[in-house]
Design a protein around this ligand. Structure first.
Ligand code: 2PG
Length: 230
């Protein structure tokens, strides 16, 4: 049966400082490094094997993947990076403190920006230096693909083509898949795989560094989903 494990990166420096991160390139904190290593140890202890890995183009996810693979002695595995697995783009909120933003705009407004299905945060201006068009790693994207902000719904819309075109075919070939990515890109994937209704997705949280295991049937429908937490 196809086997899939989703791993949110370990705590980042900006998670620790409670800053909106999105597509900002930030490193793992010391705790994040430990969480990533522990995830690999748990997967190894539970005898998980993998044939192929996928990650984003952001170093907190890439490093998490590598630290976990190192613990499993699987650093040699093939891996593919895609911007489509990036964190949800947080628009003009990127770099702001979450608690301060709630004080300024109300807790309810921030809850909507953070967890609603289809309310995007305020967009970046076109000439904002944080706009992804300035970053060479996104040079191959069309203007329409470059986000200035994203709701969770927008995030799912750009994750799913990569799922359908690249990850699902690997699973259908019986490859055991590990995806190291981000809180919201993975929440979006979980919503799709587990068919979680729009109104229920705000209640689903993915802790940092905790592997989420999917057992899938031949049609890639989930038969079981659980966190590997010991
Ligand atoms: O800041 C972010 O990019 C994300 C993930 O850390 O935050 P949140 O959980 O608030 O969506």
């Amino acid at each position: 049966m196809p086997s899939l494990v989703l791993l949110r990166h370990g705590q980042s420096v900006w998670n620790k400082e409670d800053l909106f991160t999105g597509w900002t390139e930030v490193d793992l904190s010391e705790q994040g490094v430990d969480e990533a290593r522990l995830a690999g140890k748990r997967l190894a202890a539970a005898k998980f094997g993998f044939d192929i890995c996928f990650t984003s183009v952001l170093k907190r996810a890439i490093k998490t993947l590598h630290l976990a693979l190192e613990e499993m002695d699987l650093l040699w595995l093939p891996e593919q990076k895609s911007w489509r697995l990036n964190e949800r783009h947080y628009g003009a909120l990127q770099g702001l403190n979450k608690a301060e933003t709630a004080r300024k705009h109300s807790a309810e407004q921030v809850r909507l920006w953070r967890r609603s299905w289809d309310v995007p945060p305020p967009p970046l201006d076109d000439d904002d230096p944080r706009h992804p068009k300035h970053d060479p790693r996104y040079a191959g994207l069309t203007a329409a693909e470059l986000p200035r902000t994203e709701s969770l719904k927008d995030t799912v819309a750009r994750v799913l083509p990569f799922w359908h075109e690249t990850i699902a075919p690997a699973l259908r070939q019986d490859q055991r898949v590990l995806i190291a990515a981000h809180g919201n890109s993975l929440r979006g994937l979980v919503k799709y795989l587990s068919d979680i209704p729009d109104q229920d997705i705000p209640g689903f949280e993915l802790p940092t560094g905790q592997p989420l295991v999917y057992e899938l049937d031949a049609a890639l429908k989930p038969t079981k989903r659980y966190f590997l937490d010991q």
